[in-house]
Design a protein around this ligand. Structure first.
Ligand code: GLP
Length: 267
């Protein structure tokens, strides 16, 4: 696992957006007939990345016409029109501002009559595209990836998930600060769905994620911190900021700063 430490949130997003753009442009140059398959998260962490990708798209530096996306998760019971559905979040913050064809966008339907069938079809569709080239993700304060809460199997596949009280409290900031208004269930890709991707890139920033970063980087493979599954992936990156490094050992911090110094954005 490669840990790329940047000075702050903006530099972390700058690095990640460039990394994603390079991957798409490189893929399109080599296989123009095959779409680039991109996994995407919601949350505050990716917003700076989405902003930069939109700017780059408008400036003609990257195109999403040949990109197919699969989102990580969606609340159960929120229709598309609900402003806190992940469908609405993704369209407001990303898809409505880039040149991606709507038919290339895949988001789990939390209103499906048969939720299990919806999840099985999602896995089948990912397989139909030959798997995911790059999965971008974030982390919960408790180290969850997508909606795979602590103790979810590290080989889990797309399915229905119960949200913990902690996650409902963390996400209540989007629901009038009332955890009761946060849906209790979600559909989510599995940890195994993410780690099957050819590349995984997680964004971890801020003091409140420092323990999750420490457990993931120094704590070994552990089902209590589902992001730690990245340790078993042979092409996984964590892009983080200085604030998220607050709990790392000094020698761990120095090690990653040193070996990836060429990735550091100055200024
Ligand atoms: C939710 C999402 C996760 C996301 C997490 C952290 O739980 N299901 O995919 O990583 O929130 O969000 P934020 O980036 O806002 O801290």
């Amino acid at each position: 696992m490669k840990v790329i430490i940047q000075k702050d949130y903006e530099n972390m997003c700058e690095w990640a957006a460039k990394h994603i753009m390079d991957a798409i442009n490189d893929h399109n140059a080599k296989n123009p007939e095959k779409p680039f398959v991109l996994g995407l998260p919601t949350g505050s962490s990716p917003l700076g990345v989405y902003r930069r990708l939109i700017e780059a798209n408008k400036a003609g530096k990257v195109s999403f016409k040949n990109v197919v996306t699969f989102n990580m998760d969606e609340y159960v019971g929120l229709p598309h029109e609900h402003h806190e559905s992940y469908w609405a979040f993704m369209h407001d913050n990303f898809f409505d501002h880039i040149d991606i064809p709507e038919c290339n966008v895949n988001i789990l339907n939390g209103m499906a009559e048969d939720l299990e069938a919806e999840c099985a079809a999602y896995e089948a569709k990912i397989a139909h595209y030959g798997g995911i080239d790059l999965f971008l993700g974030g982390s919960g304060v408790d180290g969850h990836i997508a909606f795979n809460e602590p103790f979810t199997s590290l080989t889990s596949r797309t399915g229905v998930r119960d949200l913990t009280e902690d996650t409902k409290i963390a996400n209540s900031r989007f629901f009038n600060n009332d955890p009761e208004l946060v849906p209790s269930k979600a559909l989510s890709v599995g940890v195994g769905t993410v780690t099957d991707s050819r590349e995984v890139l997680l964004l971890i920033s801020g003091h409140n994620k420092a323990r999750a970063l420490k457990e993931c980087v120094e704590g070994g493979l552990n089902q209590m911190w589902t992001i730690s599954a990245l340790n078993m992936h042979n092409n996984a990156y964590i892009a983080c900021d200085e604030l998220a490094c607050g709990e790392l050992r000094v020698d761990t911090y120095k090690y990653f700063l040193d070996i990836y110094k060429s990735e550091r954005i100055e200024g």
